[in-house]
Design a protein around this ligand. Structure first.
Ligand code: FAD
Length: 457
């Protein structure tokens, strides 16, 4: 019996469904925290062998939406730990050209994406309170993931790669889903939440009809990113300003973002201080200060062919970037000369089509999956270019929204199907706005190409 056929015979939904979340990324863990706060249990199945087994990038900007979602999902002590572990800065940020001269980028037609807000200017003195301004916070991605993992160690099953889902009728007459993993193991649940990211296997397996509408497409742009540890070459003016807050460098046809990740205290020490006895269940890795940087622009700007394979070898990436920053202010070029080779990565920027472009058949496919007990959040359903800094924030908003609706189901205030349907309506509206903003941000960042700019050889 397929999942689609199954929904026609099910008449007995449990009040509190047994929930299986596929993917312990930002969205999946956010959801699990929101559910735990509402007193609802869930199991999370993650393909990685451990929470820290793989680097997944360096800094994330968490905007007002993401901060509100975290506030709704996390217990107060963990929210406080998140805020205190974010990077500190004396100023909100600046917009510069490649000679380190200020650029008036916030004027109409300027190149600052609409979705960006100044980073919160926060004192670098330990113990000082965070300001009230609803600016973006900058968090080390691994620290955020570890905070989101706190207290969930018994709920996350690592090394479990989703393979299949099949509906069946249980002995008590209830419709259930059998989840299969690539290691041959299986489990049963009533609701699957696909939070398995941009290459979602759940999507490929359960939504083949919708796949072409949801599968992110290559935008032809790329993001190079990495980190540099502060070094003496960066202490002379004007380059020393790069060591504080966010710097956005508008270059010829692409944009470079540099974020100084300066931490007032070590995450593990903060956890001990803020969580007291609970710190034992919250293991945070140390985080040394660093400069996070990313180049975002069309492939051609970096001398890469549209249909070519992206370089993976760190020394090749480093050489490519070195050529691209030739002629830049020496203090700025020094950031990329002294970069941590191990940290270098390049990825294609992919973006899912807007939900408003879906056909009726696509919406019916989503509704069919929903009726069968499958729903979606984050990049699994609406992956977007990181240019707008919105993907993780939108995944967190999905997580907060879904956990609140499942709490209402557990309280008996609404039916599971009604709750998931309302969630998906809201989630798709949120995705529409964020996808459009990300696309607009990407094109703003690549604007302003000058004919006299340095070429790529
Ligand atoms: C360079 C870069 C910078 C970015 N900066 C920002 C930013 O500043 N602000 C922002 O809001 N967003 C940013 N983003 C986007 C953000 O990283 C994503 O949108 C966000 O991580 C999506 O969260 P998610 O939970 O949906 O997916 P993910 O965080 O990707 O988590 C998916 C999880 O599912 C697991 N998984 C995958 N397949 C399976 C399977 N078959 N079985 C079991 N588990 C599986 C993965 O291992 C992973 O743990 C950035 C992205 C990049 C690449």
């Amino acid at each position: 019996m397929t999942i689609g056929e199954f929904r026609r015979v099910d008449r007995h939904r449990p009040k509190t469904p047994r929930i299986a979340v596929i993917g312990a990324g930002i969205g999946g863990l956010g959801l699990a925290q929101g559910l735990a706060r509402a007193g609802i249990d869930c199991e999370i199945f993650e393909r990685d062998p451990a929470i820290d087994s793989r680097g997944q990038g360096y800094r994330l900007r968490i905007d007002a939406t993401g901060q509100q979602a975290l506030r709704e999902c996390l217990p107060t002590a963990l929210m406080s730990l998140f805020e205190q572990s974010c990077a500190t800065a004396a100023s909100g940020g600046r917009f510069l050209d490649t000679d380190l001269q200020p650029v008036a980028s916030q004027m109409p037609g300027g190149r600052m994406p609409e979705s960006w807000r100044d980073a919160r200017a926060r004192s670098t003195r330990p113990g000082d309170k965070i300001g009230d301004r609803a600016g973006d916070l900058r968090v080390h991605r691994q620290t955020l993931r570890e905070i989101l993992f706190c207290g969930l160690d018994r709920r996350v099953r690592f090394g479990k790669v989703f393979a299949s889902a099949e509906a069946f009728l249980a002995d008590d007459g209830r419709r259930r889903i059998r989840l299969g993993f690539t290691d041959g193991s299986s489990t049963r649940c009533d609701l699957i939440v696909a939070a398995d990211g941009v290459n979602s296997a759940v999507r490929g397996n359960l939504l083949p009809v919708l796949q072409s509408r949801v599968q992110p497409v290559d935008t032809g742009t790329v993001c190079f990113f990495g980190r540099t540890h502060p070094h003496p070459g960066l202490t002379q003016p004007p380059a020393d300003l790069l060591l504080d807050g966010s710097s956005v460098i508008f270059a010829d046809g692409f944009t470079t973002i540099i974020d100084a990740m300066h931490f007032a205290d070590q995450p593990d020490r903060l956890a001990r201080h803020l969580l007291g006895g609970f710190a034992e269940s919250c293991i945070l890795s140390p985080a040394a200060n660093y400069l996070y940087w990313a180049f975002i622009g069309p492939r051609a700007t970096f001398g890469l062919r549209v249909d070519g394979v992206l370089p993976q070898e760190p020394s090749v990436i480093a050489e490519l970037l070195r050529r691209r920053v030739r002629g830049w202010h020496p203090g700025l070029a020094a950031v990329f000369d002294a970069t941590d080779l191990e940290s270098l990565a390049v990825m294609p920027l992919r973006q899912a089509p807007l939900p408003s472009t879906w056909r009726t058949a696509d919406r019916m496919a989503l509704a069919g999956a929903r009726t069968s007990g499958v729903t979606w959040l984050g990049d699994a359903i609406h992956a977007m270019s990181p240019a707008g800094g919105l993907g993780a924030n939108t995944a967190l908003a999905d997580a907060a929204d879904l956990s609140a609706r499942l709490r209402d189901v557990a309280r008996g205030e609404t039916d599971l199907g009604v709750a998931i349907s309302a969630y998906e309506t809201e989630m798709l509206a949120r995705a529409e706005t964020a996808l459009a903003a990300s696309a607009a941000a990407a094109s703003r960042l690549f604007g302003g190409r000058r004919s006299d700019g340095p070429g790529v050889d």
